[in-house]
Design a protein around this ligand. Structure first.
Ligand SMILES: NC(=O)c1ccc[n+]([C@@H]2O[C@H](COP(=O)([O-])OP(=O)(O)OC[C@H]3O[C@@H](n4cnc5c(N)ncnc54)[C@H](OP(=O)(O)O)[C@@H]3O)[C@@H](O)[C@H]2O)c1
Length: 231
């Protein structure tokens, strides 16, 4: 049987890069999308540049990936940014950037694959802050939008395509690089398992949702937070 193909946005670093390794290790071909961190192709992983906030850039990159691989079985909507200037200390440009990447990026990438997907699944990366609030209301709002989109798209695309989300808690990636020691200690203490997630913890959950083992799961959000929301 031909190898399955996954499209992963934000594939160059952090959770996306861990997803590339996980799918690759399990025999999938991978189309990875990045904005500026260029990575060398391998035999089974090809990288494409695009800005997920720009519909035409997404369409062009996704069309090229589809032409190269000839099929798509899974989309992982992972690309995202966290604002270091937080609401209400933001201007219209910052709000547009946050919504453009975190929210509209999910809509554009999903739209670009739907016409090409015969079956399979779509998994989008939300966050615990969509469930219990966080330090940046704008970021949390974009992550909450993903949950509503996921549940509604699951209804629209059933039974052809399964649509799910993951909600990670604090995860050790570049996104946390500006957190000071006190903030990290707070997050560890507020997590039942007393640790911050590694990108692989999140990639494992995403891969599970893409796999046959999750064949009866759609419209769901898998919490990957070490028990943070139970505190
Ligand atoms: N880390 C956490 O604590 C945490 C917790 C919950 C949810 N999340 C979510 O998990 C996802 C991945 O986060 P991460 O921690 O792995 O972040 P990260 O290490 O900062 O990586 C972000 C990724 O998104 C890509 N990206 C950013 N803007 C883009 C754009 N306009 N177009 C295309 N790609 C773009 C980056 O590409 P370049 O390398 O080319 O810039 C990079 O691959 C995000 O949606 C984030 O909101 C993270």
């Amino acid at each position: 049987m031909d190898r399955k193909v996954v499209f992963i946005t934000g594939a160059s670093r952090g959770i996306g890069a861990a997803c590339v390794r996980k799918f690759s290790d399990n025999g999938w071909n991978v189309a990875g999308f990045y904005k500026q961190t260029r990575i060398e192709n391998t035999e089974t992983v090809k990288y494409y540049q695009c800005d997920v906030a720009d519909a035409s850039s997404v369409q062009k990159a996704f069309d090229q990936a589809f032409a190269d691989f000839g099929r798509i079985d899974c989309l992982v909507n992972n690309a995202g940014i966290f604002g270091y200037k937080k609401y209400p200390n933001v201007d219209e440009k910052m709000i547009d950037e946050m919504i453009g990447i975190n929210e509209k990026g999910v809509y554009w990438c999903t739209k670009s694959v739907l016409a090409k997907m015969e079956s399979g699944s779509i998994i989008s990366v939300s966050s615990t802050v969509a469930q219990v609030g966080g330090t940046d209301p704008m970021y949390s709002a974009t992550k909450a939008a993903i949950l509503g989109f996921t549940k509604s798209l699951a209804k629209v695309m059933a039974p052809k395509i399964r649509v799910n989300a993951v909600a990670p808690g604090a995860t050790d990636t570049d996104m946390m690089k500006n957190y000071d020691a006190d903030r990290k200690e707070f997050l560890i203490n507020a997590t039942l398992l007393k640790k911050i997630a590694q990108p692989e913890d999140v990639a494992n959950g995403i891969y599970f949702l893409a796999s046959e083992e999750a064949g009866h799961i759609t419209g769901a959000c898998l919490d990957i937070n070490g028990g943070y929301v139970l505190r």
